[in-house]
Write a protein of this length. Sequence first.
Length: 91
Amino acid sequence: MEETKPYPVFAVAKDGTRHSIDAASIIIQLEEEEIEISLIPPHPVFQGKLTLATGSAIQGREQERGSGTRLIIEPGAANVIHITPKKNKTF
Protein backbone atom coordinates (compact mmCIF):
# COMPACT_ATOMS: atom_id res chain seq x y z
CA MET A 1 0.00 0.00 0.00
CA GLU A 2 1.17 3.48 -0.85
CA GLU A 3 2.45 5.62 2.05
CA THR A 4 0.27 8.58 3.05
CA LYS A 5 2.36 11.76 3.02
CA PRO A 6 1.44 14.95 4.90
CA TYR A 7 0.44 18.00 2.91
CA PRO A 8 3.05 20.76 2.66
CA VAL A 9 1.73 23.55 4.94
CA PHE A 10 2.84 27.15 5.34
CA ALA A 11 2.04 30.10 7.57
CA VAL A 12 1.83 33.30 5.53
CA ALA A 13 3.15 36.42 7.25
CA LYS A 14 1.60 39.88 6.79
CA ASP A 15 4.35 40.72 4.29
CA GLY A 16 3.41 37.65 2.19
CA THR A 17 6.41 35.48 3.06
CA ARG A 18 5.76 31.77 3.62
CA HIS A 19 7.08 29.82 6.60
CA SER A 20 6.89 26.02 6.59
CA ILE A 21 4.87 24.40 9.43
CA ASP A 22 5.66 20.93 10.77
CA ALA A 23 2.32 19.72 12.20
CA ALA A 24 -0.13 16.80 11.96
CA SER A 25 -3.20 19.06 12.11
CA ILE A 26 -4.35 22.65 12.54
CA ILE A 27 -7.13 23.66 14.93
CA ILE A 28 -9.11 26.81 14.21
CA GLN A 29 -11.08 28.03 17.23
CA LEU A 30 -14.31 29.94 16.54
CA GLU A 31 -15.63 31.15 19.89
CA GLU A 32 -16.26 27.92 21.88
CA GLU A 33 -16.26 25.67 18.76
CA GLU A 34 -13.31 24.25 16.86
CA ILE A 35 -12.55 22.99 13.36
CA GLU A 36 -9.61 20.62 13.03
CA ILE A 37 -7.94 20.25 9.65
CA SER A 38 -5.81 17.15 9.36
CA LEU A 39 -2.61 17.73 7.42
CA ILE A 40 -2.28 14.00 6.75
CA PRO A 41 -4.84 12.52 4.33
CA PRO A 42 -6.87 9.71 5.98
CA HIS A 43 -5.96 7.35 3.09
CA PRO A 44 -3.56 7.56 0.11
CA VAL A 45 -6.58 7.73 -2.24
CA PHE A 46 -7.52 11.09 -0.66
CA GLN A 47 -4.13 12.69 -1.46
CA GLY A 48 -4.92 16.09 -2.97
CA LYS A 49 -8.27 16.42 -1.13
CA LEU A 50 -8.86 18.29 2.12
CA THR A 51 -10.74 16.41 4.84
CA LEU A 52 -12.50 18.30 7.66
CA ALA A 53 -13.81 16.46 10.72
CA THR A 54 -15.38 17.38 14.04
CA GLY A 55 -16.53 15.61 17.18
CA SER A 56 -15.98 11.87 17.47
CA ALA A 57 -14.90 11.68 13.83
CA ILE A 58 -11.47 12.87 14.96
CA GLN A 59 -9.67 9.76 16.12
CA GLY A 60 -8.47 9.98 19.72
CA ARG A 61 -10.33 13.24 20.51
CA GLU A 62 -13.78 11.76 21.27
CA GLN A 63 -13.70 12.49 25.01
CA GLU A 64 -12.50 16.07 24.53
CA ARG A 65 -15.24 17.22 22.15
CA GLY A 66 -18.03 14.68 22.31
CA SER A 67 -20.04 13.48 19.35
CA GLY A 68 -22.46 16.37 18.98
CA THR A 69 -20.64 18.74 16.64
CA ARG A 70 -21.44 19.14 12.95
CA LEU A 71 -20.17 21.42 10.20
CA ILE A 72 -22.51 23.84 8.45
CA ILE A 73 -21.18 24.67 4.96
CA GLU A 74 -22.65 27.66 3.14
CA PRO A 75 -21.65 29.18 -0.21
CA GLY A 76 -20.18 32.66 -0.24
CA ALA A 77 -18.67 34.46 -3.24
CA ALA A 78 -17.73 32.57 -6.41
CA ASN A 79 -14.63 31.05 -4.79
CA VAL A 80 -15.63 31.12 -1.09
CA ILE A 81 -17.42 28.77 1.29
CA HIS A 82 -18.24 29.49 4.93
CA ILE A 83 -17.72 26.60 7.38
CA THR A 84 -19.29 26.93 10.83
CA PRO A 85 -19.07 24.28 13.57
CA LYS A 86 -22.33 23.86 15.56
CA LYS A 87 -23.03 21.64 18.55
CA ASN A 88 -26.14 19.50 18.27
CA LYS A 89 -28.64 20.34 20.98
CA THR A 90 -29.41 17.57 23.44
CA PHE A 91 -33.05 16.62 23.75
